[in-house]
Design a protein around this ligand. Structure first.
Ligand code: C2E
Ligand code: CA
Ligand code: CA
Ligand code: CA
Length: 275
């Protein structure tokens, strides 16, 4: 029994070594990819739930890894954050989004800004310069941030959002309902919409239906008070689309309408037709 215990440890040890090795590999790869063209923006349509009309797209980061194929953010963002490299990857994304916007296309593009990034003192200046240099219309750009990014330093967050808003760039609150909401602060921020976290959308048709309905109802009431709209995230079924509409949510995003893809849904209204 003792021997097998030691064997188990030996195996565990090997696993850990291998895992640590993989993380180091990935970090080295990340550094190389930042100088190359490994990172691409995929675009997922955001639609009006009533008629699937495309109102915009969310840009989602993908890494085309030479050996491992297409990697999702969850497979490398931890490594990037750990090593501080994610900020550079974010700027690669912002540049791609700005270039895409400058080319035209339907609706707006929203992009994800990590809390750490949002808190950087030169974030708004840098973003505005990038947008100006690219020739993109700032009115067609949105940023997605989470509540954490707002609450840590309220005056600074307010300044940043007001500066961006002053130039036409609006902000959406991502994953709404999952954090501790500072409801009393929310009205002070120029926020364009609340993105209802996909866990609640999934819950609308699952076992936790009553709880999810209650949460979505509360978010809708809050949005109504603030005079802003909502987007249901992760809509996968017709049933969820109907449930969201009944609760007063007008916009949605999810596999039902289109998966993230390298090309944007070219013509308004075609989301969900070609899967
Ligand atoms: P998020 O901002 O909440 O993005 C939504 C995630 O839900 C995306 O995962 C999207 O592919 C996925 N999704 C969309 N529709 C459905 C659906 O119907 N069902 C399900 N199950 N999932 C759906 P993804 O692309 O893997 O991104 C994960 C997270 O990584 C994002 O969550 C965001 O927090 C972060 N992220 C993505 N791109 C960037 C980026 O450029 N910069 C930063 N800092 N973070 C990013
Ligand atoms: Ca997002
Ligand atoms: Ca989200
Ligand atoms: Ca999320």
């Amino acid at each position: 029994a003792k021997a097998s215990g030691r064997d188990r440890w030996a195996v565990f040890d090997e696993d850990m070594r291998e895992q640590a090795g993989q993380i180091l590999d990935l970090e080295a790869d990340l550094r190389r990819a930042i100088n190359g063209e490994g990172f691409v923006a995929f675009y997922q349509p955001i639609v009006r739930l009533a008629d699937r009309q495309v109102i915009g797209h969310e840009a989602l980061l993908r890494w085309r890894h030479e050996r491992r194929g297409l990697l999702l953010p969850s497979e490398f963002i931890g490594v990037g954050e750990h090593s501080g490299l994610i900020e550079e990857v974010d700027w690669i994304m912002y540049r791609q989004v700005a270039e895409q916007l400058a080319k035209g296309g339907p609706g707006y593009i929203s992009m994800n800004v990590s809390p750490r990034h949002f808190r950087a003192s030169d974030f708004a200046d840098r973003l505005l310069r990038l947008v100006e240099d690219s020739g993109a219309d700032p009115q067609r750009l949105r940023i997605e941030i989470t509540e954490v990014a707002l609450l840590d330093d309220v005056p600074r967050a307010l300044r940043t959002l007001q500066q961006l808003r002053g130039h036409g760039i609006m902000a959406q609150l991502d994953d709404f309902g999952t954090g501790y909401s500072a409801l009393s602060y929310l009205h002070r921020f120029p926020i364009e919409c609340l993105k209802i976290d996909q866990s609640f959308v999934a819950g609308l048709t699952g076992d936790s239906r009553p709880e999810s309905v209650a949460v979505v109802r509360a978010i809708q009431a809050l949005a109504g008070t603030l005079g802003i709209h909502t987007i249901g995230e992760g809509v996968e079924t017709e049933e969820q689309r109907t449930a969201l509409r009944e609760l007063g949510c007008a916009h949605g995003q999810g596999y039902l309408f289109g998966r993230p893809a390298e090309a944007m849904a070219a013509v308004a209204g075609t989301a969900g037709v070609a899967h």
